[in-house]
Write a protein that binds this ligand. Structure first.
Ligand SMILES: C[S@@+](CC[C@H](N)C(=O)[O-])C[C@H]1O[C@@H](n2cnc3c(N)ncnc32)[C@H](O)[C@@H]1O
Length: 328
């Protein structure tokens, strides 16, 4: 109980450590509190206390002789470019996303609406489209999270008989890029809002996929491009309530041919009385975007209303499952 009560003190400390770039300042060379304070523009005695907290949590390790703090294996994950880096998530959740939204959780519980809109004065994605710096932080956190999920999705689904894949709302292309790199026979398309196009194009070109992949601008509430074998909706439906999700799925059904498959990549909730990461994510969707995570039966009921049916649910070794959906 104590851990739950004080838990946010720890996550806030990690967020601020990321914001100040402490892990990258330490890098491979342990540094004293004074050196770190100078490089990060902080008050050395105060920072020294935070470093003690983090060394007690196993994120840093202090050398008693030199008084320098180095990164442990866990602490390495706070560096921007380390494998499995949580830097992007900490930046996003410490900055515009969770911090203000979770702070006003009570308003979401009273209204059922995303609390974050009060601070942003717009819907979440509307705000991002006109705030490029915040969009970059959000896209960075999604890309980091997706770089952990992408190998799990590729391992769970057999793309060998597929010719073309379109990732609808595919972010900056981490998942699609991973799928195409793992399957050289595949052609792909990323379908996104205009403000994401440049970053997605740069990432996919940087992965050497420019000749096999198009980046298409569009709005999935208006029209989804037709003629592909496999469609992906990864972490899209959880952003929206049932009514808006149904609109996306109806447009998806129109785009799909009789043999097309839709892969919904989402955390599928197990139900009550089970501790599950998805339950936390579900609350995050409430306060941020007004969306929701769903159980297996809830996904089945939703897709059926759009003339589709769940064919199978493939778990992965990461939180999201691959829900394979076909025309009914
Ligand atoms: C939660 S992110 C998921 C990104 C990516 N699919 C992933 O799994 O990491 C939701 C994405 O939906 C995109 N999006 C939001 N509204 C959209 C719309 N109306 N049409 C197309 N894309 C949209 C956003 O730009 C954002 O990249």
């Amino acid at each position: 109980m104590t851990q739950m009560v004080y838990g946010f003190w720890i996550s806030r400390s990690l967020q601020i450590m990321a914001e100040l770039g402490i892990a990258d300042i330490i890098g491979d060379e342990p540094k004293t509190a004074e050196e770190l304070a100078k490089a990060s523009g902080t008050h050395a005695p105060a920072l020294r206390r935070m470093l003690r907290l983090l060394s007690g949590l196993g994120v840093l390790i202090k050398d008693e002789q030199t008084q320098a703090f180095g990164l442990t294996e866990l602490g390495e994950m706070l560096r921007k470019d380390s494998p499995g880096s949580v830097y992007g998530s900490l930046r996003a959740h410490g900055h515009l996303l969770s911090w203000s939204a979770w702070g006003d959780l009570v308003s979401s519980l009273k209204t059922g609406q995303p609390s974050v809109e009060k601070f942003m004065g717009d819907s979440f994605f509307g705000y991002l489209s006109s705030h490029p710096e915040d969009a970059a932080i959000f896209n960075g956190s999604m890309a980091a999270y997706q770089s952990l999920n992408a190998p799990a999705v590729v391992g769970a689904y057999d793309f060998s008989q597929v010719r073309s894949v379109v990732d609808v709302g595919g972010g900056t292309g981490t998942l699609l890029g991973h799928i195409l790199q793992s399957h050289p026979h595949l052609k792909g398309a990323l379908f996104e809002l205009p403000h994401v196009k440049a970053e997605a194009t740069a990432r996919l070109n940087g992965m050497g996929l420019g000749n096999r992949c198009q980046v298409l601008e569009g709005d999935f509430f208006a029209k989804i491009p037709a003629g592909h074998d496999v469609y992906i909706l990864s972490q899209i439906l959880h952003d929206w309530d049932d009514e808006r999700s149904l609109k996306i799925l109806t447009n998806m059904r129109e785009a799909m041919g009789p043999q097309s498959k839709l892969l919904i990549v989402e955390t599928v909730l197990p139900g009550d009385n089970v501790q599950h990461f998805g339950n936390l994510y579900d609350m995050a969707m409430l306060v941020l975007v007004g969306g929701r995570e769903r159980t297996g039966p809830e996904y089945s009921a939703l897709v059926e209303k759009a003339g589709l049916r769940v064919h199978r649910v493939l778990p992965t070794y990461m939180p999201p499952s691959v829900v394979e959906v076909v025309p009914a």
